[in-house]
Design a protein around this ligand. Structure first.
Ligand SMILES: *Cc1c(COP(=O)(O)O)cnc(C)c1O
Length: 377
């Protein structure tokens, strides 16, 4: 007789994803960008929320296009039946051109080699593939320098099988509220587009902005805005909460595996870097840095138990974390633990976790590994 695992045999550590909140955030952002198109950026497994359910919900809520980084992410979305344009926001290798063409993914192009590879594949398949030219205005990651754009277009614009549907750039300092730099980069982009236009190289869709621009700079929306982190309930900058109303989409929960009482002077965890001062009650939670619950939270982070904050004590290991529950009344095994989300009157948002880690919300959310079961509610 065969036996299969049931839902109850899974780890109690789950990421609860509120699709209704996500749907509402997409609509809110869509309204914020007005007549411009909205690209829902759902790279990195939908910022940790799960590519396919998030992709489907984004389209249902009115996102015009989706943005991912890798060909695999795009292929997964296509295989799940999503038919809106899917952009590859990262650069790809020329040898990935065949898969990008097969799945009808819109590549970002800024190399002659890649332009030729996509053109060759598209021609072989008898297709015309839309591509977007990436201009580097100051992030200095990938992209064509403004000064090289006209030569690039002279050699690649008329390649068969390519439709140069769009042109875009990505700002380096918009989330840091450095508007002077951002405005310079915007101007450089607009000037470049205009020079190319004068030479007969035209692009239908111009886009520059991500979440911050969607929320703060209507004047930079152009034909499309690419919003990522805001869709998940976190505008990049704290003060933007006053400009737009968004709901956190994910809660991270688990249960207490064990409760123990330890005498004073007891070291806890690897290296014994935490030592009890008084008698302490501790609880073991089955989550660790192997789940993407980062080791940087050791001795810093907090979790909620019975509506109280409980501090993480000792070093977080791969699969387990110890919290101090001395001050939590009636605590017992099986109690719900909220690592991210609300419980009683308390709430821990991803932003607070990011602060403990000296990082940003994007890293908190997208680090969460596949083995944390996503539960869609
Ligand atoms: C990730 C990404 C975005 C989305 O940025 P958010 O700040 O999360 O909205 C937009 N454009 C590009 C090119 C990206 O890589």
């Amino acid at each position: 007789m065969s036996y299969s695992l049931t839902m109850t045999s899974g780890s109690p550590t789950i990421a609860e994803v509120n699709l209704a909140a996500f749907n509402e955030n997409v609509r809110t952002l869509k309204k914020a960008v007005g007549n411009s198109m909205l690209m829902a950026v759902i790279k990195t497994n939908g910022y940790g929320h799960g590519s396919v359910p998030i992709g489907r919900e984004a389209v249902k809520a009115g996102a015009d296009r989706l943005g991912v980084t890798t060909v695999e992410e795009g292929a997964l979305l296509r295989e799940s039946g999503i038919s809106v344009p899917i952009h590859l926001l990262g650069s790809i290798m020329p040898e990935q051109a065949a898969d990008a063409v097969y799945y009808g993914l819109t590549a970002s192009v800024s190399s002659i080699k890649l332009a030729h590879a996509i053109s060759d594949e598209a021609t072989r398949e008898g297709k015309t593939i839309p591509v977007h030219l990436k201009i580097d205005t100051g992030l200095h990651r990938f992209g064509i320098s403004p000064g090289e754009a006209s030569n690039f277009c002279k050699s690649c614009y008329n390649l068969p099988g390519l439709q140069w549907e769009g042109i875009y750039t990505h700002f380096s300092s918009a989330d840091e509220r450095d508007w002077e730099t951002t405005e310079q980069q915007y101007k450089l982009f607009i000037d470049t587009v205009s020079k190319l236009h004068d030479l007969g190289f035209n692009f239908l869709i111009r886009h520059v902005g991500a979440s911050t621009v969607a929320i703060e700079r209507k004047d930079m929306h152009l034909d499309m805005v690419r919003s990522g982190i805001a869709l998940f309930g976190y505008p990049p900058e704290l003060h933007q909460r006053d400009l737009i109303s968004l709901k956190p989409v994910m809660q991270l929960k688990s249960k207490i595996l064990h409760v123990r009482e330890l005498p004073p002077n007891t070291p806890i965890g690897y290296g014994g870097c935490y030592v009890t001062t008084t008698a302490e009650k501790i609880a073991i939670v089955p989550v660790g840095h192997g789940d993407g619950y980062q080791r940087a939270l050791s001795n810093k982070g907090e979790m909620l138990v019975r509506g109280h904050r409980a501090k993480i004590v000792g070093t977080i290991s791969l699969d387990q974390t110890v919290i101090d529950v001395t001050n939590v009344p009636d605590v017992c095994e099986g109690d719900e633990v909220v690592m991210m989300g609300g419980q009683g009157k308390e709430e821990i948002l991803a932003r607070e976790i990011a602060g403990w880690m000296d990082s940003i919300v994007d890293e908190v959310l997208s680090s969460l590994m596949e083995r944390i079961r996503r539960v869609y509610v």
